[in-house]
Design a protein around this ligand. Structure first.
Ligand code: NAD
Length: 283
């Protein structure tokens, strides 16, 4: 039997509708600032999508566009201005930044209370210590999708391909916090197929088209495809979708799976930041 399709687009639309209502009722006017440097078309598209989602749910948004040859110092100044701006609740720096900009210093300069992308070391530390505050949008969106489809996580064996700071590592921490038994694989992992084949929940964040083939997947497993790749002019994930869906129990499509959940989570994190700031200024 073909796998259940985990429809991230539908789930995200539903969450955005709920969020819109909540924002309408809560009396807060959350604001997100995005910072982009350079003219990478994919990054520009992601930022546009984030602003569109803000508009949809009633979050104000400000887009800061910087030249690709800007210095780290100038980006830092911009981030500090946003940190100090009382109207801004969340700050998102679109990654990757152009070569020559020290991304780590930029991320570390964001006020952790406005770090709606969850990349600041303080927020990462909280996540890994089991007391999450802001958590990275993509893995958090995946957890929401698993919950929405009632995929059991506690006690499940979860295997993640990819150890990046934006996906693989926070994904592992979130799954662990939800009581999964977690393995992280990466480019140096031996016998990758054997590791992946043990997974009840397999998350691929590698960035290679058709990297996950059916022989790497346990029958009935839940397969989460984070990858975004171009193949013969088409957008595809890491998973050989047509073949893997025949043996998986559940699977995310690309597009329409993880991507929309990432954006919904960013909106949720921005409202959360606005609420926390409102509470702390009321004290
Ligand atoms: P990255 O390049 O930072 O990390 C890729 C990871 O894959 C690395 O940890 C590396 O060790 C691992 N890897 C590479 N070759 C491997 C191999 N042969 N076997 C096992 N592991 C291997 O990428 P990233 O930022 O984590 O993104 C991964 C993919 O997810 C990309 O396609 C990216 O575009 C996509 N992405 C999608 C979303 C979304 O919202 N859908 C969000 C973030 C990233």
């Amino acid at each position: 039997m073909a796998a259940t399709i985990l429809d991230g687009k539908k789930c995200s639309e539903m969450r955005l509708e709920i969020l819109k209502e909540e924002i309408g009722e809560c009396g807060l006017h959350p604001h997100l600032a995005t910072v982009i440097a350079g003219k990478d078309p994919a990054s520009q598209m992601y930022v546009r999508m984030k602003h569109r989602a803000c508009e949809q749910v009633g979050i104000g948004s400000v887009g800061i566009e910087l030249p690709g040859d800007i210095s780290t110092q100038k980006v830092l100044e911009k981030v500090r201005q946003l940190n100090a701006d009382p109207d801004i609740d969340g700050i998102l720096v679109q990654l990757p930044l152009p070569k020559g900009i020290d991304s780590e210093r930029i991320i570390e300069a964001i006020d952790p209370a406005k770090d709606v992308d969850g990349y600041h070391p303080e927020n990462m530390g909280l996540l890994f210590s089991g007391k999450p505050r802001f958590t990275s949008c993509t893995p958090t969106g995946i957890m929401t999708l698993l919950a929405e489809y009632k995929i059991p996580v506690a006690g499940a064996r979860a295997v993640i391909a990819g150890r990046s700071i934006d996906v693989g590592r926070p994904m592992a921490a979130l799954l662990l916090n939800a009581d999964a038994t977690v393995t992280i694989c990466h480019s140096k992992t031996r016998n990758l197929a054997d590791e992946l084949k043990r997974a009840d929940i397999l998350v691929s964040a590698v960035g290679k088209a058709h990297f996950i083939r059916p022989e790497m997947v346990k029958p009935g497993a839940t397969v989460i495809d984070v990858g975004i790749n171009q193949l013969e002019g088409k957008l595809v994930g890491d998973v050989d979708f047509a073949a893997v869906r025949e043996i998986a129990g559940a699977i995310t499509p690309v597009p329409g799976g993880v991507g929309p959940m990432t954006i919904a989570t960013l909106m949720e994190n921005t409202l959360k930041a606005a609420k926390v700031r409102a509470c702390s200024s009321a004290r």
